[in-house]
Design a binder for this molecule. Sequence first.
Ligand code: NDP
Length: 279
Amino acid sequence: MTARILDGAELARRCNDALAVRVSALAVPPSLAVVLVGADPASQIYVRNKARVAEKLGFRHQQITLPADTGELELIAAVDALNADRSVDAILVQLPLPRHLDANRVIDRIDPAKDADGCTPASVGLLHLGRPDLVACTPAGCLRLLEDAGVPLTGRDAVVVGRSNIVGRPVARLLELANCSVDHCHSRTRDLAGHVRRAEIVIAAVGVPELIRGDWLADGAVVIDVGINRGLDGKLKGDVAFAEAVPRVSMITPVPGGVGPMTIAMLMENTFRAASRRR
Ligand code: NDP
């Protein structure tokens, strides 16, 4: 078997094109504000890519860049100002924040109506209750990739490796809402390979390059690799050993070009949704 490669860049283009048509029907385009604290090189790239797509879609876009030594009160004041700004529809605080800042206290402050990354307690609570509204962008992108590829979800055995608040937990909940039976693994899981081997759908959101080996995967499994890790050779690697996986699985996302572009596409959809509701 040779896997079908799920091209996230191509799907993101289709999602963005469809959204651009809906944006052109609005009298006032949606407005996204992105807050970046410090100069983490990866975050700078992510923020730049988001700005590029937002501008291409005709969104109004502003970036608030604050120095790495910004205090928590100052950052919260910046979030408060965006909450109060009637011209701003959606707010994203780029994570990770510098260590001295408590990300929870900052995220708690974002107006849930403007929660571009579906990460406030209100958005997470709605997802938990089975009433998803503004959903975290990366997990939403994973589900859209599965849906677009025509992968049936009801009754399927899925494993999610990783339990972060931004990826692992929400993606596990979305799979459960789509009627998968979800096995949720983490760093304390015993026999991770055994758990992965039993799954028909594998979502890897770990942050360890090529942790999941090809021979851990069931024949014909569908693999969504969220991990973005810089290898010693400077190249980007996923959490799954891609070359080993391809001969065994039926579908797999590449890194880069899989989940990453879909995260941005879902951010644009969330911004549009927040804007449409506020008008
Ligand atoms: P976190 O570090 O917040 O979470 C990692 C999770 O993986 C934790 O739950 C941890 O378990 C688990 N874990 C760590 N080591 C192991 C192991 N050896 N075996 C099993 N589980 C393990 O990472 P994120 O969720 O923020 O990100 C995960 C990856 O996804 C990263 O590579 C990141 O760069 C990427 N990412 C990609 C995005 C995209 O758009 N494509 C967006 C966001 C993230 P425990 O809870 O027990 O510590």
